[in-house]
Design a protein around this ligand. Structure first.
Ligand code: MF3
Ligand code: CO
Ligand code: CO
Length: 263
């Protein structure tokens, strides 16, 4: 049942931790700039400059299958892969996901988080919170011997009681020396099914949660994925390395409480 999923060496795990920290640092750097009045194009410029000139790393999204920018900026009903744009100015009440992937020393770190701009509706705040709880629920079951289906089931158990839906067309993924590799990490599933995780595997978990229907469609630009009913969508993402008793969160930020994670 285990396809071609690389098991990372200690040296590779160290490189993944460096790449993950850099990706997390980009989100931290952007935090001061993500507010009403700024354009997503400007946020992309800032991230690009920071990754290239400060971190001496590579923005993995730029040129990836032709993606034109260094980060993804997905606002409101955009599910993922939103393209930064100097004409799209953030305004009070918007919710935005920024997804950053960097390559350092040949290895990848991939992470994203949500911001609510200004006040934000109760619904806006709630969908962002539930998406983060869903990510954490998925992360909490990762360890050697766990099944991918355990992750999906844990996410469903958080999202469905809240009456939000889980996007099916996009999933988490293996990564390491590649951006996207085996296994596919579905954000729904049945406990005890699918690929079994082994210490040293690296995966992302990145649930996309919709206010309305789970169906999405990709816009004319070939990238921007939106909800079919134009209702809100939220997503958070971390990169993890499986360990004997839990996982290492390579993209952990110091503004979050990950004390529930055993590494
Ligand atoms: N970072 C995204 C992920 O989590 C992938 C973005 S690919 C891009 O897998 F080309 F849209 F940038
Ligand atoms: Co990502
Ligand atoms: Co990813």
């Amino acid at each position: 049942m285990n396809k071609n999923i690389p098991i990372l060496t200690a040296d590779e795990i160290q490189k993944m931790q460096t790449a993950g920290r850099l990706a997390a640092d980009v989100l931290k750097m952007l935090d001061n700039h993500v507010k009403a009045g700024v354009s997503t194009g400007k946020l992309d410029d800032l991230a690009h400059d920071y990754i290239v000139n400060t971190q001496h790393a590579i923005p993995a999204c730029l040129g990836y299958h032709g993606f034109p920018k260094s980060i993804c900026t997905s606002i409101n009903h955009v599910v993922c892969h939103g393209i930064p744009d100097h004409d799209r100015i953030l305004k009070d009440g918007d919710i935005i996901n920024i997804d950053v992937t960097v390559i350092k020393d040949g290895y990848y770190g991939d992470t994203s988080k949500m911001w609510v701009i200004g006040e934000g509706s109760i619904m806006a705040q709630r969908i962002c919170d539930v998406a983060q709880k869903a990510l954490y629920a998925g992360m909490s079951v990762v360890k050697d011997g766990a099944y991918l289906g355990d992750i999906g089931a844990a996410i469903q158990s958080v999202v469905e009681p809240e009456r939000f839906s889980i996007v099916r067309e996009f999933c988490g993924h293996g990564l390491g020396k590649e951006f996207h590799c085996e296994p596919q990490v579905l954000h729904y599933g049945k406990k005890g099914t699918g690929v079994q995780l082994k210490s040293g595997m690296a995966i992302t978990i990145e649930p996309m949660i919709n206010q309305g229907v789970w169906q999405t469609k990709v816009m004319q630009d070939g990238w921007t994925a939106i909800t079919k009913d134009r209702k809100l969508s939220a997503q958070w993402e971390h990169t993890l390395i499986v360990t004997d008793n839990g996982c290492i969160v390579t993209t952990a930020r110091d503004d979050e409480d990950l004390s529930f994670i055993i590494s």
